[in-house]
Design a protein around this ligand. Sequence first.
Ligand code: ARG
Length: 343
Amino acid sequence: MKKGFISKIALLLLMTVVVVSFAGCSKIDTMKRIQEKNVVIMGTNAEFPPFEYRNDKGEVEGFDVAMAQEIAKELGVALQIEDMAFDSLLNALASGKIDFVAAGMTVKPDRLKNADFSIPYYKATQSIIIKKDNDSIKSLEDLKGKKIGVQQGTTGDFMATDDIEDTKVSRFKKAIDAVMDLKNGKVDAVIVDSNPAKIFVSKNDDIKLLATQTIIVSKDNDSIKGKEDLKGQKIGVQQETAGDSMATEVEAAEVSRFEKAADAVKALKDGKVDAVITDFDSAKNLVGGNDDVKLFNAELTDEDYAVAVRKNDKEFLDAINKAIKNMKDSGKYDELVKQYIEE
Ligand code: ARG
């Protein structure tokens, strides 16, 4: 009896040692587990339309879900979705609770320490949302010292916290709650990725997007890729606009001021200036059918969304990259962009 008791304890101890050493071992054979269980688990935060949100039936859907479906198809297994807080996704991945993250997640050096990323599948930027009747915030500069709402742990959070001086940042579990605080006057602006921002603004008529500056260059210009490259260049602007102030601050730049933004674009085409700075909407209209010029964001981040997997999970990552490549080659990718993002 006593002997049996002792051996039971010994067994228990042994089991504990085995369990603990397995848990401490980070090597999870993802491919093997997926094939055994016949399911691949996607982690996301379904508060980010059009990439992931809950539909009327309460199911998680969106571009990332459709893409994940293609990944599951590639693996020949079913897709399971775990919806959780955005800032707990990478931990859930490392601990093996989920197999990959598809959450409009931007590739960032910090995040690469804890995860590997697939080939990028979407280009994004941040947007700033303010109240429609706000006339005092006219440019990014005006956000200094302001109260800003963000979704916790996102690139919008990092921008508000690290890149703008003296801000007071309110962090929410969901971006839509930051938008609610904006509507209630508790924050002055919300910084969030531009696709969800557009959707939030289209559903609330008391808020608007802040117009940010855009750089237009000729299509074959490979030397100007960002604001930093404008140094010493000839820049055309519409006089007394935010683009004018921005150009005026560029070191050693030669600024040509025009009455209309369209005249600045004409000067660009005639080779009289190297670049034009104007706000995004006017840039889009001006550039419209002109395929000899191109534009990019001058003030806000350029971000790439990618799928995150555990570090060194090579075979699994290859399968994901293959699924994304196939989607692009087959036209499925464009179809999904039309269906979810551009509708
Ligand atoms: N792109 C931003 C980031 O990586 C925000 C993503 C938020 N995604 C979400 N599903 N809530 O930080």
